[in-house]
Design a protein around this ligand. Structure first.
Ligand SMILES: CC(C)(COP(=O)(O)OP(=O)(O)OC[C@H]1O[C@@H](n2cnc3c(N)ncnc32)[C@H](O)[C@@H]1OP(=O)(O)O)[C@@H](O)C(=O)NCCC(=O)NCCSC(=O)c1cc(O)c2ccccc2c1O
Length: 322
């Protein structure tokens, strides 16, 4: 095993502290004696940097929710759809607590409509998906409605429209945060994996493997055990675990932190992160976003203007960068 000098260790610690500060992650003290105190000291020193002086603390005032169903659709029965007053946050709540927030086709249709609205609303920058109550985020498909051809509620045939929702969330280029209290089972587990850490059904097992590693993924799928929140956090299945009474407060803090950042950067980041796994569809999405950014440039505008004016475009003044 290679030995690391105190000097190198300090350099590494400083680097980690810098990155962690940037990501706003808590720094845990190392187990290596002599360096852990140092790392905490450095961490505190680094908090007094220009980034933190300029951006300050994330606002902690209470969020005021206003029903978005009123403005959009009074007919929602299976979900609650709200937007934060004066902030770019939408919250969608699965509202079937009597069935541990199991979804039926109607629930999914409503979720799709709400997600579409939040996508199209340019004042919204981040979306929270949660479940009503504290017993379950979502217990998956409604087993009382399961037929041989999928889930059927008001129609004579079954459907698996949750697959459409998963793709929609994947391709919606605003961050979606799962605020999970209680169980996330089956399709509910899949849904929360679509979010801050994302997921795509056709790479179902692959995504789990990526998140938790191949051994743990096999354990999960073959043994079908239940895991606690802190076990899920340890596995990398969820980003953070907080006491129940702080769940919404912490989620809002994450939303506000995201909202301080560039919307275009976030859009392209989500697209890039998906592109790695989404093959042709992922590259199509990423390429489309590069086009969108190009549309906003003077160079892009020259091409369009020349076309409209029936003249040759003059690209000579634009640099051919190395
Ligand atoms: C979630 C539980 C572990 C909670 O246990 P708890 O003891 O707290 O509560 P109860 O079991 O007493 O439930 C209270 C009440 O809710 C009803 N209920 C709970 N879950 C469901 C459900 N999923 N569907 C219908 N109803 C539900 C329960 O019956 C009680 O009502 P009563 O009137 O009967 O008192 C525990 O409830 C539990 O294990 N639930 C079932 C979990 C489950 O099997 N989920 C479905 C997995 S399959 C799935 O979700 C799925 C996902 C996909 O993405 C698919 C994709 C493609 C094809 C298929 C897919 C698919 O099937």
């Amino acid at each position: 095993m290679a030995k690391i000098s105190d000097k190198d260790l300090n350099a590494v610690t400083r680097r980690i502290a810098t990155i962690s500060n940037h990501l706003l992650l808590p720094i845990s003290s190392g187990s290596n004696s002599g360096s852990s105190g140092g790392s905490i000291g450095l961490c505190n020193a680094f908090m007094d940097d220009s980034y933190h002086r300029i951006h300050g603390e994330v606002a902690s005032h209470e969020v005021e929710w206003k029903s978005a169903c009123d403005e959009y659709d009074k007919e929602f029965t299976d979900i609650i759809y709200e937007k934060a007053v004066g902030e770019g946050i939408a919250k969608i709540t699965i509202n079937r607590p009597e069935r541990r927030n199991a979804f039926r086709p109607q629930t999914i249709k409503e979720l799709i409509r709400a997600f579409n609205d939040a996508r199209d609303d340019s004042s919204i920058g981040v979306i929270i998906l949660t479940g009503k109550g504290t017993k379950a985020f979502c217990s998956g498909g409604d087993q009382k409605l399961r037929k041989a051809d999928g889930y059927a509620d008001f129609e004579h045939f079954g459907r698996l429209n949750v697959l459409d929702l998963q793709v929609q969330i994947r391709r919606l280029l605003k961050p979606v945060i799962a605020m999970v209290a209680g169980y996330a089972v089956g399709g509910g587990h899949v849904l929360h994996m679509c979010m801050v850490s994302s997921f795509f059904l056709s790479v179902f097992d692959l995504e789990t493997i990526k998140l938790v590693g191949p051994k743990k993924a096999r354990e999960m799928w073959f043994l079908a055990r239940f895991y606690t929140a802190s076990e899920a956090e340890k596995m990398g299945l969820v980003n953070a675990v907080v006491p129940l009474e702080k769940l919404e407060q912490e989620t809002i803090k994450w939303c506000r932190e995201i909202l301080r950042n560039s919307p275009t950067a976030i859009r392209v980041l989500k697209s890039s992160l998906n592109a790695v796994d989404d093959g042709h569809a992922g590259l199509q999405e990423l390429g489309g976003n590069a086009t969108l950014i190009f549309y906003g440039t003077e160079e892009g505008n020259e091409g369009k203007t020349a076309y409209v004016q029936h003249r040759r475009p003059d690209f000579s003044k634009f640099p051919r960068r190395p």
